[in-house]
Design a protein around this ligand. Sequence first.
Ligand code: CXF
Ligand code: ZN
Length: 375
Amino acid sequence: MSSVKLAMSSVKAAVCRPDSDEPFVLEELSIGDPRPDEVLVRFTAAGLCHTDLDVAAGRMPTPLPVVAGHEGAGVVEAVGSAVTGFGPGDRVVAGFSFCGSCRNCLSGQPAYCPLHFPLNFGAQRADGTVGLYDCAGEPVHDHFFGQSSFAGYGLCRPSSLIKVGGTDVPDHVLAPLGCGIITGAGAVWNQLKVTPGSTVAVFGAGAVGLSAVMAAAAAGAARIIVTDPHASRLDLAAHLGATDVIDATDGLAVEGVRELTGGAGVEFSVESTGVPEVMSQAVAALAPLGSAAILGVAPDADLRTSAFALLEGRTVSGSIVGHQAPAVLVPRILDLHGKGRFPLEAVIRTYALDDINKAVDEVRSGTAVKAVLIH
Ligand code: CXF
Ligand code: ZN
């Protein structure tokens, strides 16, 4: 990284450091001015996603120390001279970065941009520089998902930003639309294309799984079966549209799904746990011609499934961040939210940024579903 420093302002941030006992260390950092192609955003809220914890634990290809956070919401403070389409005062949600010019980006699938990993996990500018420095003057990696929203201000890539000017939804509700919420909802609508009257099983009732439940309910699914080991999350699933719930602690979720469907299995399944055995269950619970969406992140796992089961027309595929441009998906969810058909508030618990490690503990224990940090 470059050691060149520019005009700096102070900013509070949660930093992932390789030598720390806790996932996040609260620090005062310095931030430079936006480059010509950057947008300076004042973040007011940021959701905590499992990917942030994977980064803190060194399980992702992200250099440390780094300011993570990839579900930001806030207000544009300043824009670089080459930025178009954004101006000071714009309310924005921050999601993932993409190049905008490759075949996948141009065909409306920016999540599958070949530069997804360097742009979102590289945590630096293309020239290797960063915009954050610690109190010793040492560089701290930023530009995580083009935002690093666990800092009060971020030097953002325009591709990561979605304008949300026309809504009165508070920022702590908007923030998780950057990743977790669109991941579950988009898989149901864009990847599986869940149909009215159909049967759906959702494995895992975290923020992604419960977003899949809300999306399946909005799509008119007749049967939505949810399985999870936490009773409180199953209660929440029932509140959000699940027609049946299964306690996953005994490992008999597939048998439960088959019993509830008269032995047939479901037309659609969604896996959101990242546990390889649960991924296999999501496939095993399918009826012939059924489709499973694998959404959990398990970097080193193999997926085991019956090859014979695939002969009956079952399909298994994965997707990331909603399988559609966030600029299309986010307004769709906000429209449903405005009609009371996507009650995001039910899955959100807020924490001061200072309490980010408490938020991590409560997500890990299952007490909180979607933790959102308030700056
Ligand atoms: C990521 C998860 C790991 C693969 C790429 C997309 N999404 C954010 O949490
Ligand atoms: Zn995420």
